[in-house]
Write a protein that binds this ligand. Sequence first.
Ligand code: HSE
Length: 298
Amino acid sequence: MAKVKVPATTANLGPGFDCMGMALELYNTVEAEIIPGGLEITNYGRDTELIETDSSNLVYRAMTKVFNRTNFHPTGIRIKAYNEIPVARGLGSSAASTAAGLLLGNQLSGNRLDIDTLIELGTEMEGHPDNIVPAVIGGMTISYLQDGQKVRYLRMGFPDKLRLVLMVPDYVLPTREAREVLPKSVELKDAVFNVSRAALMVASLMSRELEHLQFAVQDKLHQPYREKLIPGMKDIFETSYKWGARAVFLSGAGSTLIALIDEDNRNFIDRIRTSLAKQVLKWELNCVNVSKQGAACF
Ligand code: HSE
């Protein structure tokens, strides 16, 4: 039997559309074994009603990708997933399932693929590397495609004193829908805006000059277009800053919003909870750290 624990991830962090990502201390644990025949998939934990249990299941599809690549033909497969990561809420549940399937498939077929090959397969499935890379290697990452094809990445430090407050609405937003509202091209001034903010984000986190974060997190490539999909987003951004957030951004394609706060900002959670209770959507709060380790195989 093979077993893996994979983290949730947040992507974009404001200006780093499709390239910045970070693993979070919130996990799915998935087991897989070879059985004499058939496919058995069982999900436990949250959002099980949103997860397929046939051959379209993402863990299974990712596993199959590894089996095809390595020419491995199991008689049958049993998968059991214990899920903490909300589905279709911008916290990388699909990247986590994909990473789990790739790692489990690799374990069951004799660990013949290296991590970079697994990441390439995962990026092919996801369409962009920003969630799958931190889901596998952990920490905060900058990912890019060399020559439009080869996935490369760099892992960077993240200030220990920052916490991430996940504000998760009871509102499912599939990434496909949240990408459909984006424009096909943007104006040069908006591109320049994002280049400056993304560079500032990295410099500010690395130098620990966190007073820049509020500006570094600004974005003109995706958040302004997605705002209309998430009732209350603008208000919640303003309220988060009022209660001392260092930065607040849409997590991935949404619908979750994330505030970065100092570890000693002890009142933030209670205050934001009171403010969120006045919103139309129902919001769940979770304060987490960065997952430094990423996916772990057992
Ligand atoms: N970078 C992606 C997006 C993350 O914003 O659409 C979601 O998968």
